[in-house]
Design a binder for this molecule. Structure first.
Ligand code: ADP
Ligand code: MG
Length: 402
């Protein structure tokens, strides 16, 4: 298998595209009714023999024109590998990748017309900003007379018009990343891939760049974007849909709202929003309303319909109760209907305090609870725990599907 480990966005010197179709970005017939991006049962493996790592397993994904999909997952889950397979920097063992319906699996990276931005910027250090942005245009055979306009347009889009003469080392990290984005945009790609573009920036800069990426997205309504991140807040801020990845596989894909409100799996519930997952037993389900037992205490919960959930909720079956830390309220320990527990830890976070509570009925399951302001309750304080009506959602226990 061919293995290419070059930086994702590093332009390939010497690759000589035979296309003049810089405008459409891709060769040949384009089917505008097809998804902008298609992954069809893509498998990618690194290495050979016993040391093989399967980095992508039966990966299927479709992204519509103009849609932004975030690939969200922990480090090593295969996110970058998916991007590399689409950009052409790694060759799938099997399966195909398509752009607007056209199979590009065997096309060299430079001929795919995809804009790519990576965490490390990958700018040429000896080239000025405008030369960096122009670089991809030359390899895409954009007429010389047009290059200046395109560079100016791309730098304008990222607010870097005044910096064309600078060298990368004369720019801050955020500015370098803007240039990298301009370079990707200069080829006017139909498909833009971003691999953790904010990961190298400090927290404050990340926030303002996130807002700029939102604006950029709005300015490019026809461009499909695949945005790789391990940071759920970036995925929530930018993506129309979120594809959650784990161990080389796609776990769940849906709108952020659906994944948040009705997580289809315990992994997604925990990874997106850090939910509490309490073991419970289903007592009965009527429509989408469930009565469950948490260590003997009855609790009402939302039960996603079988067409949404991968499981049918059966009486007496075990499940998990998904509870967001901010949705839980603490009461006096003796309040009726509240589950008695004890505070075991408390961390003040400024606008909220994160309390850890051990429930008397389920001493092994620790609940994270966020309360507003600076909470003074020390460890050991007896409390009552109350769940919001319908704010608790049933999630299948791992391995549980109907
Ligand atoms: P992510 O981007 O989600 O952090 P990657 O796609 O980079 O994950 O990696 C997926 C898996 O493939 C990991 O186990 C990683 O160690 C492995 N991997 C990635 N690139 C290579 C490579 N060039 N050679 C060998 N293994 C690799
Ligand atoms: Mg990665």
């Amino acid at each position: 298998m061919r293995r290419i480990n070059a930086g994702l966005a590093r332009p390939r010197i010497g690759s000589a595209p035979t296309t003049s179709s810089a405008e459409s970005g891709i060769l040949g017939a384009t089917d505008y009714s097809a998804p902008a991006i298609t992954f069809d049962r893509v498998n990618v493996a690194y290495g050979r023999g016993k040391s093989t790592t399967r980095a992508l397993i039966d990966f299927n994904l479709r992204v519509s024109p103009g849609e932004t999909v975030a690939l969200l997952g922990p480090s090593g889950s295969g996110k970058s590998t998916a991007l590399k397979a689409l950009a052409g920097f790694t060759r799938p063992v099997s399966g195909s990748v398509r752009l607007a319906g056209r199979d590009i699996t065997d096309l060299p990276p430079a001929k795919r017309g995809i804009g790519v931005v990576v965490q490390s910027y990958a700018l040429f250090p000896h080239m000025r900003v405008s030369e960096n942005v122009a670089f991809g245009l030359r390899s895409h055979r954009v007429p010389r007379a047009e290059i200046g306009t395109r560079v100016a347009e791309a730098l304008e889009m990222v607010g870097m018009s005044a910096f064309g003469k600078r060298l990368p080392r004369e720019l801050s990290g955020g500015q370098q990343q803007r240039v990298a984005i301009a370079r990707a945009l200069a080829i006017r790609p139909k498909v833009l891939l971003l691999d953790e573009p904010l990961a190298a920036l400090d927290a404050q800069l990340r926030q303002s760049m996130l807002a700029e990426l939102q604006q950029l997205r709005a300015a490019l309504p026809d461009t499909a974007m695949l945005y790789v991140t391990h940071d759920q807040s970036e995925a929530l801020a930018l993506a129309d849909r979120i594809a959650v990845m784990r161990d080389a596989r796609l776990v769940d894909i849906d709108t952020a709202e659906n994944l948040w409100k009705r997580p289809p799996s315990s992994f997604t519930a925990a990874f997106l929003g850090g939910a509490n997952l309490l073991p419970c037993t289903v007592t009965r389900v009527i429509g989408t309303s469930a009565l469950v037992s948490v260590g003997g205490t009855p609790v009402t919960a939302h039960a996603p319909r079988p067409d949404i959930s991968p499981t049918e909720w059966e009486s007496d079956a075990g499940a998990l109760l998904c509870l967001r830390p901010h949705a839980i309220t603490l009461t006096a320990p003796t309040e009726r209907g509240a589950l008695p527990g004890r505070v075991t830890a408390s961390v003040w976070r400024g606008s909220t305090t994160r309390l850890t509570v051990a429930l008397a009925a389920l001493p092994d399951a620790l609940l994270e609870v966020d309360v507003t302001g600076h909470d003074e309750r020390p460890a050991g304080t007896a409390v009552g725990v109350r769940f919001p009506d319908q704010g608790a959602v049933l999630v299948p226990a791992p391995g549980q599907t109907s």
